[in-house]
Design a protein around this ligand. Structure first.
Ligand SMILES: Nc1ncnc2c1ncn2[C@@H]1O[C@H](COP(=O)(O)OP(=O)(O)OP(=O)(O)O)[C@@H](O)[C@H]1O
Ligand SMILES: [Mg+2]
Length: 300
């Protein structure tokens, strides 16, 4: 039997006459990654704040690590780690001192050498003795997450952990999340990036106008996308010709040469004969699922 790390039923929250959460139900099995996806103002941070006891809900129930967030906040806090949307680090202290502060404040025993280990894991050794005010935004995000891991929480909330990070730092963050999950940790992750949810999550829920408008595995949600738009860009005419022969329902565009395009609307039919990298960006459209994908392929 799988146990729920997070179980939410009928969660409601309004600010004045603005309803932000209009009856949210979700269930996160222990040891999995759950991604709450939604545009600016959808209510992602509000959800995180309620589940981490930073804010009270107006209605519904939420249990985290088996404890009710409304009536047993202390037990919830002892079980979780939170990396908020904006880095909560002390700018006047060094990275090392920030981490040591978390060790000193920790309610649970922390192993010796944890500060050194975390500085290494997050590639912050070189700047460990510099004030955080001199860190870049990405370094502060990494330090913030490292501070969350002190005390080895079994449920971790990450509110947009990679917003503003460069591609390399995003990948570092993703690798860290995967390592945590491999270790049995449950991750509740909010993001605006479909590709991030796709990369990391076992389950995705899409929050839009106060409601979860879709929930499922990444594959289940992708199958629901009616209008996926895939653009393939090739560096040589030969590759474009070869791809056009395979992808017969695509539209060929030679006009933008030297970057020849194939446009495909509908489900991607890219087979294993092509390899490449894919990046996906959410588009601000009426449908929360619509997205534009740019694939850069190279022939095997
Ligand atoms: N303390 C507050 N008082 C009044 N309104 C608030 C408060 N906190 C959030 N809101 C409103 O609730 C809505 C949801 O905000 P929230 O921060 O949860 O969105 P979000 O999905 O995290 O957005 P983003 O991607 O921009 O971080 C917004 O319209 C916001 O203005
Ligand atoms: Mg937010």
């Amino acid at each position: 039997m799988t146990t729920s790390a997070i179980a939410v039923s009928g969660l409601r929250k309004a600010f004045g006459d603005k309803t932000v959460l209009d009856g949210i139900d979700l269930d996160v099995p222990a040891g999995t990654v759950f991604s709450l996806l939604g545009p600016n103002g959808a209510g992602k941070t509000t959800t995180v704040n309620i589940l981490t006891t930073l804010m009270k809900a107006d209605g519904g129930t939420a249990r985290v690590a088996g404890h009710d967030v409304a009536t047993d906040a202390k037990a919830v806090r002892a079980a979780i780690g939170v990396t908020g949307q904006f880095a909560a680090v002390d700018e006047l202290l060094t990275g090392q001192e920030n981490l040591q502060l978390m060790v000193d404040l920790s309610q649970v025993p922390v192993g010796r050498g944890v500060v050194t280990d975390l500085l290494e894991q997050f590639e912050l050794v070189e700047s460990a003795r510099k004030p955080v005010s001199t860190y870049s935004g990405g370094m502060k995000r990494k330090l913030d997450l490292a501070m969350t891991l002190v005390g080895n929480p079994r449920i971790i909330f990450l509110d947009e952990p990679t917003t503003g990070l460069d591609p390399r730092s995003r990948r570092t963050m993703w690798a860290i999340v995967r390592d945590l999950v491999a270790d049995g940790v449950t991750i509740f992750l909010t993001t605006q990036y479909l590709d991030e949810a796709d990369q990391l999550a076992d389950q995705i829920a899409v929050l839009n106008q106060g409601r979860l408008v879709a929930q499922g595995t990444p594959d289940e949600l992708k199958r629901q996308i009616p209008g996926t738009h895939v653009r393939l860009r090739f560096s040589t005419v030969a590759e474009l010709d070869a791809a056009a022969r395979v992808l017969t329902d695509s539209t060929r565009d030679d006009e933008h040469w030297p970057c020849g395009f194939l446009e495909m609307v509908g489900r991607s039919r890219c087979g294993p004969c092509w390899t490449g990298s894919m990046s996906t960006r959410s588009m601000p459209t009426s449908s929360p699922f619509t997205h534009r994908t740019l694939m850069t392929f190279s022939s095997p």
